[in-house]
Design a protein around this ligand. Structure first.
Ligand code: NI
Length: 130
């Protein structure tokens, strides 16, 4: 495949977070907007309390685009405002909480389940693209 063919398959269009958020209103439901190697960029809306869980095999990044996210740990918590990010190390129990709706960008390896090993009705479907 020559270079012209390679580049011809690339859509020259930026991915706009506000536009993507306009396409869904469900909360706690992760939507894939891009992939980079084995990683996915996902958007989510969070409001209220999540469940305690951990991810045995991967760190988890939280990038807050709008709102104020609190992540509780067993021995403390962190507040993440719009324009800020935080990385939860793998294996560490955590519980996100948002008093008002938070718009979030997540960057995770493909296949990571939002509830870790806990399951339950807050578990988001994987690989839902918007
Ligand atoms: Ni998590």
């Amino acid at each position: 495949m020559d270079k012209q063919q390679t580049t011809a398959s690339i859509p020259y269009q930026s991915i706009n977070f506000n536009h993507k958020f306009s396409l869904f209103s469900e909360q706690w439901s992760q939507k894939v907007i891009a992939e980079m190697n084995d990683y996915q960029f996902k958007l989510a809306r969070l409001e209220g309390d999540f469940i305690w869980h951990a991810h045995a095999d991967t760190d988890e990044s939280f990038i807050v685009l709008e709102g104020l996210l609190r992540i509780d740990f067993r021995d403390g918590h962190v507040l993440i405002s719009a324009g800020e990010m935080y990385v939860v190390p793998k294996g560490v129990e955590h519980k996100p909480y948002a008093e008002h709706e938070v718009k979030l960008l997540l960057i995770e390896p493909r296949g990571v389940v939002n509830t870790g090993d806990e399951g339950g009705d807050r578990t988001s479907a994987l690989d839902v693209w918007i």
